[in-house]
Design a protein around this ligand. Sequence first.
Ligand code: FE2
Length: 201
Amino acid sequence: MGMFSSKQFDSFDTLLVDQLEDLYDAEQRLTKALPKMASAAHSSTLKSAIQQHLQQTENHVTRLERVFRILGRSPQGTTCYAMKGLIEEGQEAIDATGDPDVKDAALIAAAQRVEHYEIAGYGTVRTFAERLGRSDAAQLLQETLNEEESTDKKTDADCRTERQYQGSGEINNRNRGHGLLSFAAPQPCNQSTAQARSPGL
Ligand SMILES: [Fe+2]
């Protein structure tokens, strides 16, 4: 989604194409970012989950190209500033030093933000295509949406499983019984800190 350009939306068709161009750019950026994330992952399960996501992402680029064509458009992207920012945040996790397990949790946090952005984007374009009577495009977009949702769940589930059944060791014992995502979330040090961070709770 462009932050600095002024767009003209005269029709829902125009809006649909604009959103598709955003996703096309986002997916292309991901194909370049995911190999770096996979290399940075410590856990073999996480590494393989990211590599699978890369293969899927390449298919998503191709599927978007099919969507453009059936809508009579040439595939092209418009800068997706949101994905650019999410990838920059992911780069912080890639470059981070420290405990490898904590670093993996940071990579998962970054990957899931990306996944949720994609899920929101595909849900939107799928619905726009349906409303415009383009069931052919909507069906393809639904396929990608299903894959994005299943990747999101799989990354979470695989990493939880790995953490729960890994061997002994100081770090593993410390976190036994918790998934990566469980301990990725910062825990309050004491009640007053918790209240300061979450005044509504
Ligand atoms: Fe994707």
